[in-house]
Design a protein around this ligand. Structure first.
Ligand code: GLN
Ligand code: ZN
Length: 765
C-alpha cells in the first residue's frame, strides 16, 4: 500500500499558541515549564490531526521553538561559537539568545527561506565549526510521539542544504571544506535514529531546486553514499521548484526514495518515470503546501495515473513542501462567507486531501473516495463558475492595454526638467518613505473604527488630526517633500486589499514568518478591481495643509501580489497586471487631485525572483511591465517615486532602471552604502535616494555619520540625482527619536548643500 505523508506541519498553533507562549516566556511572565507544556500539547495535537486524517506516519522533527534550521544546528552541535555556549548542554534560554541576541552578542542573521516569506537563522561557518553532537530534543519528541501511539517519520534539514545556506564567518574559503565534518555529524544522528527504530527519515535538500553550482551537485553522490548505509531509509525531499534536470542524479543516488514538488510542475515526472529504479520510492508532492485552494482531486488522480501505473505502491502521496507556509485550520475561520470558505483548504484540510488521493490511487480506485471526489469536483466547478471571480470590465481593460500604456510621455531627461521647473526643489532634497510613528493612540483609533465603535466622521477627524501633526512636524524639521504619515494603514497590503474587489481576508489565517512573528496574508480570489479612490481623500487633505509637495503613497502591484495568497487559475503575471490597472486608476486620480508626486512602493519586488536565474528574465519582464502600467498614466510633470528595501539589487539593476521611476529610494545604511557601488557602476540613470538612517534600530544617527554616508553616495551618484532619506518607513519608531534623527538628516543635507555651494564657487573663481 502506498504511503500518505506530509513534509511538515505548521508549529505555531491554530490560535498562535506558540507565539503567545514564547512572548510570555521572553517577557518573564511565564516559566520555561509552561512554554515546554505549550510545545508538547501543540505537537500532540498536530500529530493527532495527522493520525486522525489517516496519514501513514506523523511528522516528527518539524517542531522548532524558533526555527528548524536553528534546531538542526542545535541537534548537530553546530551553534555559532561566538556565543560561547556548550552545544551539548544548550539550554532553551541560550537557544533563544542565538536567535534573538543579547547585550553582548548580536543575534544570528535571519533571511528568507528560498522564495517563501518564512525566515530562517543563517548558520555561521568557521574553521572551528564542530558537528560533534548537541541537544536530544529530537529524540525526546520521538519518544513523545510513540508514547501517543504514532508511527514517526523523522524530518531533518539535509547536510548539503544546511551547509549551503550558511555563511562563512572566518577561516574558511569554501563551505564544502566542512563537508567531511558535517557528514560525520549526520552519520551519528542518523545512526542513532536507526538505533531507536525509526524506519524512515525525510531529509530535505531544497537547494536542488536552485540553479546549483557543479561542485555542489557533485557533492550529493558521495554525501549520500556515506549516509544511507548507516541510516534508516532516507527520503530525499526536494521542493519549491522542479528538479527534472537532476533526474539522473536522483535516480542513482543511494537513498531509499525521492520527493518531488509536483505543484511546481507535474511535467517533471516525465523525466523520472521511464527508468525509475525498482524498489525506490517516489513521493509525489501534489497537494500545494504554499497556497490555500482546495485540491482538484479528479485532476490530481488523472495526473498521477501514469506514475501509479509505473510505480504501484512505491508512489507516495504528500504535500508539495512543508505545510508550514499555510494557515493551520479552516475550521477556525469565522470571517469568510461560506462560498469563499468552500474553495479553500488550510493545513488540516490538506491532510484529508492527501489521504483521499492515496486512497483514490489504491486498488479500489476512485470508488473508494466517491463522496470526496464528488465534493471536490463540485467545489472546483462552483469556483470556476462563480460570478465573484470574473469581472468583464477588468478583462476588457486588460485586453485593451497597449504598449503606450507602459511608457511615460517623454524620457526621464526631459521629464526631470519639467518636474524640477514645477517643484523647485533644492539640491539633495530631503524626504521620508511614508509612514510616521504609529502610536498606541492611532492603533486604538483604527481598531475602534473597525469594531464599529467610532463613527465615520469621528474617525476621519482623528486621522486628520494625526495628519496635521505629521505635516507640522515635517515643516518644522525643514523636510522638502512631505508625506501624510499613513496613520490610516494597519498594513501596506491589507489597506489596499480591503478596498479592492477580488481580495479577501481571513480572521485567523496566520502563517509563521519567523520566531514568534506571524503574518496573515490576504488572498486574491477574483479579478482585481478598484471600485473607487482609495487614498485620494487623505493625500488631498494633507496637501491642503502645506505649500510643500506632498507625496501620494501606494503599494505597488508586485508587492500586493507577493504578500498575498494568489489565484491558481490564472498566471501570476495576469493577476499582477489586474492589480496594476487598479493602481493606475488611483495614480491618475491622485494626479487629478493635485498630487504632483506619487510613490509606488515595491519592497517585495526582488523576493518575487524565481529560484533559478535562468527564469528571472520572464519574471522581471512582467513585473516591470506591471509596475509601469501602474505608473505611466500620468503626465511628465508628475513625479513617480518607488521604494525598495530588504534587497540586494545589483543583479537586477537593468530592470530596476527599466521601471523608469523618476526617483527610487532604497535601503543602504546598514550595508554602509555598499549597495550603491552597483548603481554607480551601472550608471543608474534616474534620481536615487540611498537610505542614510537605519530605521530598524532605535539608535539615533548623528549628522556627521549621515554626512559621511552621503559623501560616499556622491562618489557614485551625480549630485543632481541624489536625494536624502531614511532606509524605510518610520512606523515602528517612536516620536522623540524620529524627530531627532530626521533633524540630523536635514542638517546633514544642508551641510552637503553648503559644501556643494563652496565647491561651485571655487570652480568659478
Ligand atoms: N510607505 C511604506 C512605509 O513607509 C513603505 C514600507 C516598506 O517599504 N516596507 O511604511
Ligand atoms: Zn522599506
Amino acid at each position: 500500500m502506498a504511503v500518505a505523508h506530509i513534509l511538515g506541519f505548521p508549529r505555531i498553533g491554530a490560535q498562535r499558541e506558540l507565539k503567545f507562549a514564547l512572548e510570555s516566556f521572553w517577557s518573564g511572565a511565564s516559566s520555561e515549564e509552561a512554554l515546554r507544556d505549550t510545545g508538547r500539547s501543540l505537537r500532540a495535537r498536530h500529530w493527532q490531526a495527522q493520525a486522525d486524517a489517516g496519514l501513514d506516519a506523523v511528522s516528527v522533527g518539524d517542531f522548532a521553538w524558533y526555527d528548524q534550521v536553528l534546531n538542526t544546528l542545535a541537534l548537530l552541535g553546530a551553534v555559532p561559537e561566538r556565543f560561547g555556549f556548550d552545544a551539548r548542554q544548550l539550554t532553551l534560554p541560550q537557544y533563544f539568545t542565538l536567535a534573538r541576541g543579547n547585550a553582548g552578542n548580536f543575534a544570528m542573521e535571519m533571511t528568507k527561506w528560498f522564495d517563501t516569506n518564512y525566515h530562517y537563522l543563517v548558520p555561521e561557518w568557521t574553521a572551528d565549526t564542530r558537528f560533534d553532537g548537541g541537544v536530544d530534543w529530537l529524540f525526546d519528541e520521538i519518544i513523545e510521539a510513540r508514547a501517543a501511539g504514532h508511527r514517526a517519520k523523522v524530518t531533518l534539514v539535509g547536510p548539503l542544504t544546511l551547509l549551503y545556506l550558511g555563511k562563512i564567518k572566518s577561516g574558511l574559503t569554501d563551505k564544502l571544506d566542512l563537508l567531511p565534518r558535517i557528514v560525520a555529524g549526520y552519520q551519528r544522528v542518523l545512526a542513532r535514529l536507526q538505533a531507536v527504530g525509526i524506519d524512515w527519515v525525510q531529509i530535505d535538500e531544497p537547494i536542488l531546486a536552485l540553479q546549483l553550482e557543479p561542485d555542489w551537485i557533485a557533492a550529493f553522490a558521495p554525501t549520500y553514499a556515506a549516509l544511507q548505509p548507516v541510516a534508516p531509509a532516507l527520503l530525499l525531499a526536494t521542493y519549491f521548484d522542479q528538479v527534472g534536470e537532476h533526474a539522473a542524479l536522483l535516480r542513482d543516488l543511494p537513498v531509499a526514495g525521492v520527493h518531488l514538488d509536483l505543484v511546481r510542475g507535474v511535467g517533471q515526472l516525465d523525466a523520472f518515470l521511464p527508468d525509475w529504479p525498482a524498489g525506490k520510492v517516489l513521493s509525489a508532492g501534489i497537494v500545494d503546501g504554499r497556497n490555500i485552494w482546495c485540491t482538484d482531486l479528479e485532476q490530481t488522480l488523472s495526473a498521477l495515473a501514469p506514475a501509479q501505473a509505473a510505480l504501484g505502491d512505491r508512489l507516495w502521496v504528500s504535500s508539495s513542501c512543508s505545510l508550514l507556509h499555510v494557515p493551520v485550520d479552516l475550521a477556525q475561520e469565522n470571517k469568510l462567507d461560506g462560498e469563499l470558505k468552500s474553495w479553500l483548504a488550510f493545513a488540516t484540510q490538506k491532510l484529508d486531501e492527501i489521504v483521499a488521493i492515496k486512497r483514490g490511487l489504491g486498488s479500489q480506485g476512485r470508488a473508494a473516495i466517491a463522496p470526496q471526489l464528488a465534493a471536490s469536483s463540485a467545489a472546483v466547478a462552483a469556483r470556476k463558475a462563480s460570478p465573484r471571480i470574473h469581472n468583464t470590465v477588468v478583462q476588457k481593460k486588460l485586453a485593451q492595454l497597449s504598449a503606450a500604456d507602459t511608457q511615460r510621455d517623454s524620457d526621464f531627461a526631459q521629464r526631470i526638467v519639467k518636474q524640477q521647473a514645477k517643484l523647485q526643489l533644492p539640491d539633495f532634497p530631503t524626504t521620508t518613505i511614508g509612514s510616521f510613528p504609529q502610536t498606541a493612540a492611532i492603533r486604538h483609533a483604527r481598531a475602534a473604527y473597525k469594531r464599529g465603535e467610532t463613527g465615520h466622521l469621528d474617525y476621519l477627524e482623528q486621522m486628520r488630526a494625526e495628519i496635521r501633526i505629521v505635516v507640522e512636524q515635517q515643516e518644522r524639521l525643514g523636510l522638502d517633500v512631505l508625506v501624510h504619515g499613513e496613520p490610516e494603514r494597519n498594513d501596506m497590503v491589507e489597506y489596499f486589499g480591503e478596498q479592492l474587489w477580488g481580495y479577501a481576508f481571513t480572521a485567523n489565517g496566520w502563517v509563521q514568518s519567523y520566531g514568534s512573528r506571524c503574518v496573515k496574508p490576504p488572498f486574491i480570489y477574483g479579478d482585481v478591481y478598484r471600485p473607487e479612490p482609495m487614498t485620494v481623500g487623505w493625500s488631498q487633505y494633507a496637501q491642503s495643509l502645506t505649500e510643500k509637495p506632498m507625496k501620494g503613497m501606494l503599494t505597488g502591484p508586485v508587492t500586493m501580489l507577493q504578500w498575498s495568497f494568489v489565484r491558481d487559475d490564472q498566471p501570476r503575471a495576469t493577476t499582477a497586471l489586474q492589480i496594476a490597472l487598479a493602481l493606475r486608476d488611483e495614480v491618475c486620480d491622485l494626479e487629478k487631485a493635485g498630487i504632483g508626486m506619487i510613490q509606488i512602493d515595491e519592497p517585495a519586488f526582488r523576493e518575487g525572483l524565481p529560484l533559478k536565474a535562468r527564469d528571472w528574465q520572464q519574471y522581471l519582464d512582467w513585473a516591470v511591465r506591471a509596475f509601469k502600467v501602474s505608473a505611466c498614466g500620468v503626465g511628465d510633470e508628475t513625479q513617480i517615486h518607488t521604494h525598495m528595501c530588504y534587497s540586494e539589487f545589483n543583479d537586477i539593476l537593468p530592470w530596476i532602471a527599466a521601471m523608469d521611476a523618476d526617483v527610487i529610494t532604497i535601503e543602504t545604511s546598514r550595508s554602509d552604502m555598499e549597495l550603491l557601488d552597483g548603481f554607480g557602476r551601472f550608471a543608474y540613470p534616474n534620481d536615487i535616494g540611498p537610505g542614510v538612517y537605519d530605521i530598524h534600530s532605535p539608535r539615533i544617527p548623528q549628522v556627521a555619520e549621515m554626512e559621511r554616508l552621503l559623501r560616499k553616495a556622491r562618489e557614485v551618484i551625480p549630485d543632481a540625482r541624489l536625494w536624502v532619506n531614511p532606509d524605510c518607513g518610520l512606523k515602528t519608531r517612536g516620536w522623540p527619536e524620529t524627530r531627532e534623527a530626521l533633524g540630523n538628516m536635514v542638517q546633514a543635507a544642508q551641510n552637503l548643500r553648503s559644501a556643494l555651494k563652496a565647491e561651485r564657487e571655487r570652480l568659478v573663481a
